[in-house]
Design a protein around this ligand. Structure first.
Ligand code: NDP
Ligand SMILES: N[C@@H](CC=O)C(=O)O
Length: 430
């Protein structure tokens, strides 16, 4: 049995997990694919770095081109991250007929269609299961499991770092900065955690899920993004009081009538009876609503060494099985529907607002009048007065309102002298 030779780009958190699984499960893996799997070469940034795994040092190189150009290597696993030069490595590897497994959502969200087109031209596989929701096999589920259905809504906690932070802030009252540091130490966060906390990592993942779910070409710029860095303990406390959990939620939904869709990533107050509200820590969950199947939900660890490596090695197994059969697998997801994005007039959802007023006398009438002027109806209005002074917090939940109308309301509030400050505005789900 000729061994299958793998070139690994990156030996950080995920790369280390890949080596552990390929070595630790070798017997089981080789019996599934009918040949031994050998990690032949590994590219790293720094040969002298101390690693928490023992590897044969003669396999290491600081030059990924050594691996890309090696004719003996059949499959490249890319877990070094980044867009350039990683894209150049992957395109050249495909040009040379090598199959690709990657965890790189930055790359797939921006250049997925170019990479998949090259794979198709070269009859190669490009699998990227680990790029969304770590250990949850959501990409294969959307491509294969739901190929028969029309997906109407995908709602996901798809960033482990931010869910870890929000959960610890909510459950333990921990500080944002302390938990972010802990998430970095545990290997959940990106090398630059701004991508996690500002929602960009989740937006990349939602662009990938939207493309697969709605079978159209969703670009990163189609996703509206807002991160969690401005979420306060006070917001979380009010959310809880009203029966919600604060989550960084990606929501992709489309209209059954005209297929218009929107995708947003933003801190969202989720009704605590919704199963996604109970997903905490580094766990991710993706809720998928299909016209025929109805509600489904997929749950598991969204980041970290071993869960992410599980998806990578499962992709590797799929590549090798295809190699043996002389076929390609999931490669050709060619988006075929014209893209119809919702605009500010047609995107609508419920909103939570926390306002601070200096003098609560007569203020509710003035505030509700503004909502009425822009045809935004209200689900609830609660006043939380300060016992010793005249000021108060006003907590409002709207019914579904268009983004355009809400923008007008907020603009109007800037001129309304009774409102001292709009402290927070969040999307509400459920
Ligand atoms: N961490 C996670 O939980 C998840 C990560 N991902 C994705 O997986 C990928 C890897 O993430 P992660 O393992 O956390 O990242 P790390 O930063 O832990 O590891 C990156 C690895 O790539 C190597 N590397 C970086 N640049 C180069 C280069 N120019 N040439 C050669 N080697 C290079 C580094 O070398 P050295 O060790 O010498 O510094 C390191 O071994 C990213 O795309 C990430 O977004 C996806 C899902 C979950
Ligand atoms: N930084 C990411 C890692 C996995 O994609 C996350 O926290 O989810």
């Amino acid at each position: 049995m000729k061994p299958v030779k793998v070139g690994l780009l990156g030996l950080g958190t995920v790369g280390t997990g890949v080596v552990r699984i390929v070595e630790g499960h070798q017997e089981d893996l080789s019996s599934q694919v009918g040949s031994p799997i050998i990690i032949e070469r590994i590219a790293v940034n720094n040969l002298n770095k101390i690693r928490n795994i023992e590897v044969d040092r003669s396999k290491l190189t600081e030059d990924p081109w050594d691996i890309i150009r090696d004719p003996d290597i059949d499959v490249i696993i890319e877990v070094m991250g980044g867009v350039e030069p990683t894209k150049a490595y992957i395109l050249e590897a495909l040009e040379r007929g090598k199959h690709i497994v990657t965890a790189n959502k930055d790359l797939m969200a921006l250049y997925g269609s170019e990479i998949l087109a090259k794979a198709q031209e070269k009859q190669c596989d490009v699998f990227y299961e680990a790029s969304v929701a770590g250990g949850i096999p959501i990409i294969r589920t959307l491509i294969e499991g739901f190929s028969s259905d029309r997906i109407m809504k995908i709602m996901g906690i798809v960033n482990g770092t931010t869910n870890f932070i929000l959960s610890k802030m909510s459950q333990e009252g921990a500080s944002y900065e302390d938990v972010l540091l802990e998430a970095q130490q545990l290997g959940y966060a990106e090398s630059d955690p701004t991508a996690d906390v500002e929602g960009l990592d989740a937006a990349r993942k939602m662009a990938i899920l939207g493309t697969l779910g709605f079978r159209t070409n969703v670009e990163l710029s189609d996703v509206t993004v807002r991160g969690i860095s401005a979420v306060t303990k006070e917001d979380i406390t009010y959310a809880k009081k009203l029966g919600y959990e604060m989550k960084l939620l990606g929501i992709a939904d489309r209209d059954p009538e005209d297929d218009e869709f929107s995708i947003t990533v933003q801190p969202t107050m989720v009704k605590n009876t919704h199963p996604i509200a109970a997903v905490s820590g580094v766990f991710n969950a993706v809720y998928v609503y299909g016209e025929a199947v109805g509600e489904t939900m997929f749950y598991g660890a969204g980041a970290g060494e071993m869960p992410t490596a599980t998806s990578i090695v499962a992709d590797l197994v799929a590549v090798i099985k295809n190699l043996k059969l002389g076929v390609n697998g999931l490669k050709a997801i060619v988006p075929y529907k014209p893209k119809k994005l919702k605009n500010d007039e047609t995107i609508a959802y419920k909103n939570f607002l926390l306002l601070h007023v200096a003098d609560r006398a007569g203020v509710l009438a003035k505030i509700t009048q503004v909502f009425a002027e822009y045809a935004v109806s209200l689900e609830s209005v609660v006043q939380s007065p300060n016992a010793n002074t005249k000021d108060a917090e006003i907590i409002i939940v709207t019914h579904n309102a268009s983004k355009a109308s809400m923008d007008k309301v907020l603009k109007h509030f800037e001129k309304l002298d009774v409102i001292q400050r709009v402290k927070s505005v969040y999307r509400v789900e459920g």
